[in-house]
Design a protein around this ligand. Structure first.
Ligand code: HEC
Length: 145
């Protein structure tokens, strides 16, 4: 394996310097430290991207219900349960709001001065983000009760 070969070569290199063997070994492992374990240095995996749903899928009551439940749990403390609160226009007043744009705002977040919309791509799977989009989309034109 690469790391052990590296340790052996490092050992050989310090052997000529007359250092005691244990010290040499300690030096060699220190040198090898940044190379292992492999999982620790692996880059963070890119989130899985779900296929873009059709408008029919976005209108699916099951998608809307699943999205609502996640929205109430995760987003409502800033936006209110039906998107009426917070720093943006109430979601129900939006007209012709592009689902892709809603999706991308949730994925990437947004910032306007001190108003920060966090990015959710690391914490919500993309298919669930689309269900949240379905819920937000379903609010359009919905009367207040
Ligand atoms: C910490 C508060 C906070 C949380 C939590 C939060 N948001 Fe936001 N959101 C904001 C702010 C602030 C903005 C406005 C940013 C701006 O002005 O550009 C925003 C903007 C948005 C917009 C764009 C609105 C528009 O009119 O263009 C959408 C859509 C949205 N949020 C959805 C969500 C969803 C879905 C969640 C939960 C997964 C969520 N937000 C959680 C604060 C939050």
């Amino acid at each position: 394996m690469f790391v052990s070969r590296f340790v052996i070569e490092a050992l050989r290199a310090v052997a000529g310097t007359g250092l005691p063997r244990s010290l040499a070994l300690a030096c060699a492992s220190l040198v090898a430290l940044p190379f292992g374990p492999p999982v620790a240095i692996a880059a963070e995996p890119e989130p899985v991207v779900a296929p873009v749903p059709t408008l029919a899928q976005l209108a699916d009551p099951e998608w809307i219900a699943a999205g609502r439940s996640k929205f109430v749990q995760t987003c409502a403390y800033c936006h209110g349960q039906e998107g009426d609160s917070g720093k943006v226009r109430p979601f129900r007043e939006r007209k012709g709001w592009d689902p892709q744009l809603i999706h991308d705002t949730i994925v990437n977040g947004r910032r306007r001065g001190a108003n920060v919309m966090p990015s959710w791509k690391a914490s919500i799977p993309d298919d669930l983000i689309w269900k949240i989009v379905a819920y937000i989309h379903s609010l359009e034109g919905k009367p207040r009760h």
